[in-house]
Design a protein around this ligand. Structure first.
Ligand code: SF4
Length: 376
């Protein structure tokens, strides 16, 4: 990994938002070996993906790589190329080297790279079950590509606790990983996959004591909320229960399967998770660009914050292999993203809730959101 530059200047929130939506390109464009410029990239998969991982002004940042973006990486700097010429944006961009653990293979013969991946510069992430009960086209979240990386052979369908423990141990020893994120496709069980997550956390924390792990799953059924306590007892430090939108019409349009789980069930699960894990150890994603009214989105974020739940605001990202990408749905207006991010960051700051105070997870990492750059 290359060290973050000492040269810290502030890339404004508007520019960060625009870069998150429009992506970055390589400069000069004649460089065809992307890996030589951005060694750490993430293929499709669960959540935001199809991007490169860099440090912009020292902050972990994931950005789509888009050949015709005006933002360009040139000799460790972020520049903007428009008709008027090239402007240096005043910030350094450090790349993240391909981690050493990617070259190892588990005792049962699976490349580590297929078990877990490096996110940002020090986060280990894995989708422990790469299939989802909601992946039939009529039910699937339109922004999700969870099974695409399985089809491409980039990962395996189910990661065992032993495999994850082995990879986590190596990633900490060889590459300085400081936290881990475990997500899962949704299972048919009432626990929605939480118990497999708990077994994984138990194995990881036994192998690497002190490595904070965040788990992410759908709300367990109301009569199985004990699964949340089991995750905590297994050693998880934080939990993400991701709703993506608090607008039922948006949920039905974008997430027909998940929308069958009423918001009341999310609130029950969030409240139980806050009781068990504590305030600001529980988070959810809110996606900007699905058509939700921005004021309602900010009000919803305020309601979550009041419950003790961190709203991780991210832009909708068109990812190849998703239904929305096939429909040609573009990312949000960068001004809208910057506005919503700034307003939610203001509320977070006013209530003393910061992503960086979480022990592990997307809010702690921050790379897929501009919230951390806005002080949230
Ligand atoms: S914010 Fe979450 S999904 Fe994005 S890079 Fe960090 S850990 Fe990975």
């Amino acid at each position: 990994m290359s060290a973050p530059s000492d040269e810290r200047t502030d890339l404004g929130l508007r520019a960060r938002a625009e870069m998150a939506v429009r992506g970055v390109a390589i400069d000069p464009p004649t460089v065809t070996d992307l890996g030589s410029v951005i060694p750490l990239r993430r293929p499709g998969g669960a959540g935001p993906s199809a991007d490169g991982h860099v440090l912009v002004d020292g902050l972990r940042t994931t950005v789509p790589i888009v050949a015709d973006s005006p933002f360009r990486l040139r000799d460790g700097r972020l520049v903007r190329r428009d008709v008027g010429g090239v402007t240096d944006m005043g910030v350094a961009v450090d790349t993240v080297d391909r981690p050493a653990f990617y070259d190892l293979t588990t005792a049962d013969g699976v490349p580590y790279e297929k078990i877990a991946r490096l996110h940002g510069n020090d986060v280990l992430a894995s989708t422990v079950v790469q299939t989802c009960v909601r992946y039939a086209e009529a039910d699937r979240c339109r922004f999700c590509a969870i099974e695409q990386s399985l089809d491409s052979g980039a990962t395996t369908a189910v990661k065992s606790p032993a495999q994850l423990a082995e990879v986590a141990d190596a990633a900490v020893r060889l590459d300085g990983v400081t936290q881990m994120v475990l997500t899962t496709g949704t299972s048919n069980g009432r626990d929605r996959g939480a118990r497999h997550l708990a077994r994984c956390v138990r194995a990881i924390t036994a192998a690497v004591p002190g490595l904070p792990v965040q788990v992410q799953c759908e709300p367990p059924a109301p009569d199985d909320l004990a699964a949340i306590t089991e995750l905590r007892d297994a050693g998880a430090a934080a939990i993400g229960i991701h709703v993506e939108s608090l607008d039922d019409a948006v949920r039905r349009r974008w997430m027909p399967g998940k929308a069958t789980v009423p918001l009341s069930q999310y609130r029950l699960a969030w409240d139980e998770a806050v009781r068990v894990f504590g305030r600001n150890a529980v988070s959810t994603y809110l996606i900007v660009g699905l058509g939700e009214d921005p004021d309602e989105l900010v009000d919803g974020a305020a309601e979550l914050i009041a419950r003790g739940v961190y709203p991780f605001v991210v832009p909708y990202r068109p990812i190849p292999g998703t239904l929305a990408f096939d429909d040609g749905i573009p990312g949000p207006d960068p001004d809208l993203l910057a506005d919503v991010t700034a307003r939610v960051a203001d509320i977070l700051r006013a209530t003393g809730m910061r992503g960086s105070d979480q022990a592990a997870g997307c809010a702690a990492c921050g790379a897929c959101s501009a919230l951390s750059a806005a002080g949230g």
